[in-house]
Design a protein around this ligand. Structure first.
Ligand code: CU
Length: 649
């Protein structure tokens, strides 16, 4: 029995004996300051320097983020909570990025535990995707190279360290990363002070005001204290105008079913209308008018709320009790309060168009859905076996078997996700791709309109649900993770990998980035020489010369013309070779020692120890390049696509 359950049982027992009046009201000390503290807004992350990409002539922005301990006074009069956050704040600073400007972000780990950083929503190359075993140990650093080339969207960066993601994210390692593009800017959606990030989370505190740790939890930590941008139940003063709110559910186990109500006229039957305009992969095709909205862990939804009808009133954002698997407590049905002023500001340029009007475009964008495809290519059962969380019976520490899919680069695949674990919720995140939610059967038995009208990278697999998703496995090859985003489940092995295979005949002689543990990109210990701006420039130049992202606009076209003439079997051989090598261990490809990974059965029982030990056994994946057979039919293509420079290592 995990601690929360034990305590709940005690409280319930005490209540039944008349000893406690309100069982399950609180697990934390009572928090009595609802709507009394303002909503904090994380500061924007500043660029350290900009430079020119030596190959493309484009701009690269360079940032440094220090992962540092901090304290936060959550309970007035009690001890401060001890957290670890990006730049020593939680949530971390917000990155504001423009499409077309690449970024290199150096994460410097000044905390006592290892980290790995995943930029969720970015098709980063595998070595910069935050592979769980690609750790940045304490007193080390790693540079992450991000393309910023996708459509405008709300991304987030968060910890992904093997076996410790839940603790690290919960204790503060999460922040927003907002990508703009000109097409979205042209829509004149609410901007500036009217475009507000709202990072939701749910936590539990100890009696002294410090944060309760999820480290020993085995199933879920739902939390009884709801936070927005790090503050429990805050308020926000707004003008009677339109606001764009970017919701991110950064809770480790709690889903939300949100709605708005006027304090004057509360009630589930009086929910207020708002528009959902964007999801994980950016804008929807058109605004979806709703009165409530589900948001599970790691999902992002952007909404526009028009406060002009509620001048001088309070509007409260509520959560719904009694849905999904989540445990409810006294105030978990409340999120935050908006205090709507009477007069509008005369200076604001946001709020829906230059004139402050309340219009919203009826059409937002054309969604690049993958081409329709029949049938099921992969089927995954998310299940609980003898208390362990697994995908098709496999644990992430089962390194010989954890590559569960080998989609060929550029192919569209349909994946079936089945919740076979009884009453639990599993938001499923597939790295690299944006997918279409095709269908949902069982459970809620419907795809919500705001899920269907855009592309997503997380889909909520509710209790007893089966969801079908379809994605284009592009633009890159390489080994990526997919997993449950209940981070307790993820840390306890509900995670696996897929290997987007190299194509022999693509005829595009690129430097490969298939191995997320490749030595040259790994973290390095802090050393004075490395940390100067000059050293950083030299390193960025070296990375840029290998052109990880240069041809992204052309790649889709190349893949399309490849598949127009190639048949599936021609690529299978390569796929199998590459997948086997990486499946044996994801460790570095530069080393030459080949070792066998340990047997997996013990790993399933004690995942923490055995998973970590497997990460130190590198195997060569470069040999797979040598084994590739050259496809004679693509010689002309090969000439057309110039060769890349040899990597400098
Ligand atoms: Cu799960």
């Amino acid at each position: 029995m995990h601690p929360t359950t034990l305590r709940n049982t005690f409280l319930a027992l005490a209540a039944s004996l008349g000893g406690v009046a309100e069982a399950k009201d609180w697990l934390s000390p009572a928090y009595t300051w609802l709507y009394q503290f303002p909503l904090p807004i994380p500061p924007p992350k500043e660029v350290k320097f900009s430079m020119t990409n030596p190959v493309t002539g484009g701009k690269i922005n360079y940032y440094e983020v220090k992962i540092s301990p901090l304290t936060q006074q959550v309970y007035p009069g009690k001890s401060k909570a001890k957290l670890v956050g990006y730049d020593g704040i939680s949530p971390g600073p917000t990155f504001y990025m423009e499409k077309g400007t690449e970024a290199v972000v150096r994460f410097i780990n000044n905390s006592p535990t290892s980290s790995s950083i995943h930029l969720h929503g970015s098709y980063s190359r595998a070595p910069w995707d935050g592979w769980a075993e690609d750790l940045i140990p304490p007193n080390s650093w790693k540079d992450y190279y991000y393309p910023n080339h996708q459509a405008a969207r709300t991304l987030w960066y968060h910890d992904h360290a093997i076996d410790h993601t839940a603790e690290n994210a919960y204790f503060g390692q999460a922040g927003m990363y907002i990508l703009h593009d000109p097409a979205e800017d042209d829509l004149k959606l609410p901007s500036g002070a009217y475009d507000v990030p709202l990072v939701l989370s749910a936590k539990q505190y100890n009696n002294d005001g410090t944060l309760y740790s999820p480290a020993k939890e085995l199933t879920s930590l739902y939390g009884d204290v709801i936070h927005v941008n790090g503050q429990p139940w805050p308020y926000m003063k707004v003008e009677p105008k339109q606001y764009r709110f970017r919701f991110l559910n950064a809770a480790i186990s709690r889903s939300f079913f949100l709605y708005l109500e006027r304090d004057k006229e509360p009630g589930q039957d009086k929910k207020l209308e708002f528009n959902v305009i964007a999801s994980d992969a950016g804008l929807l095709s058109e605004p979806q008018k709703v009165k409530d909205m589900y948001i599970s862990m790691a999902e992002r939804y952007e909404v526009v709320v028009d406060f002009s009808k509620w001048k001088g009133e309070n509007v409260t954002m509520r959560n719904t009790k009694g849905f999904a698997a989540d445990e409810d407590f006294l105030h978990t049905d409340k999120i935050m309060r908006f205090i709507v002023s009477n007069p509008e500001s005369t200076s604001g340029s946001g709020g829906g168009g230059d004139d402050g009007s309340s219009s919203l475009p009826s059409k937002l964008r054309t969604i690049p859905y993958p081409k329709d495809k029949d049938g099921i290519d992969q089927s995954f059962k998310f299940e609980r076996q003898n208390g362990a969380w697994k995908i098709n019976g496999v644990s992430f520490s089962d390194v010989n078997n954890r590559v569960l899919a080998k989609p060929k680069r550029g192919r569209v695949e349909v994946w079936e996700l089945i919740n076979s674990s009884g009453g639990w919720s599993h938001p499923i995140h597939i790295h690299l791709v944006d997918f279409k939610v095709v269908s949902r059967t069982g459970g809620r038995a419907t795809v919500m309109p705001y899920e269907a009208a855009g592309l997503k990278d997380v889909v909520w697999l509710g209790p007893n649900e089966r969801v079908v998703v379809e994605a284009h496995y592009a633009p890159w090859d390489g080994v990526y993770m997919f997993h449950c985003h209940n981070l307790i489940h993820e840390d306890h092995e509900m995670m696996a990998a897929f290997n987007v295979s190299m194509l022999d005949g693509l005829g595009y002689d690129e430097t490969h980035y298939i191995d997320p543990m490749e030595t040259r990109w790994r973290a390095k210990p802090l050393a004075g020489n490395d940390m100067s701006d000059d050293a950083a420039r030299t390193r960025i130049e070296w990375m840029a010369k290998m052109q990880p992202y240069n041809h992204v606009d052309e790649v889709d076209g190349w893949l399309e013309s490849y598949w127009a003439t190639a048949d599936d079997s021609s690529a299978t051989k390569t796929t199998a070779v590459a997948a086997a090598a990486v499946a044996a261990t994801p460790a570095g490809s530069a080393a030459t020692t080949t070792t066998t990974a340990p047997p997996a059965d013990a790993a399933a029982v004690t995942p923490a120890a055995s998973t970590l030990t497997t990460t130190t056994k590198p195997v060569s994946t470069t040999s797979t390049d040598d084994k590739r057979e050259k496809d004679k039919t693509t010689t002309s293509k090969k000439k057309r696509y110039e060769a890349r420079p040899t990597p400098i290592v």
